[in-house]
Ligand binder design. Structure first.
Ligand code: ZN
Length: 137
């Protein structure tokens, strides 16, 4: 695909350099059967360097995941080659089944059917804790 001219799709812009890959993984983009470009270390006047993800398909993304990985990112919706919408991203208060608790003694490790839920406990420092054992994400 021509990465500069998406006709219908989503562009995640202003991703902090280095976070593009993590976002790609957590959004589950690898399993989608659509054209996706992950562009790393793009020069940016405002940020020095940034990552960009371009998805050449009209799909719904989990904005909570984006807000968790990088609340400074912007999401642009492109329709018929025109930018029709800019979505603002915010840190989600809770994250459900996005990341897993790393504490081997956490109840989520033995109770497989439990949802993995994390709560934002410190917005300043971007700290998420497991709601069951309070381990930091
Ligand atoms: Zn836990």
């Amino acid at each position: 695909m021509n990465i500069d001219s998406i006709q219908n799709g989503v562009v995640i812009d202003h991703i902090t350099a280095g976070l593009g890959m993590r976002l790609y993984e957590l959004l589950g983009l690898a399993s989608l059967d659509v054209s996706i470009a992950l562009i790393k270390n793009v020069g940016s006047k405002k940020m020095g360097k940034k990552d960009i993800i371009k998805i050449d398909a009209d799909i719904e993304l989990d904005l909570d995941v984006i807000g968790f990985v990088d609340p400074d990112a912007t999401v642009n919706i492109i329709k018929d080659g025109v930018l029709v919408e800019k979505r603002s991203i915010d840190m989600p208060e809770t994250l459900t089944n996005v990341i897993k608790c790393k504490n081997p003694r956490c109840i989520t490790t033995c109770e497989q059917e439990l949802d993995h839920i994390f709560k934002l406990t410190d917005k300043e420092d971007k700290v998420y804790r497991c709601i069951y054992c309070e381990t930091k994400a």
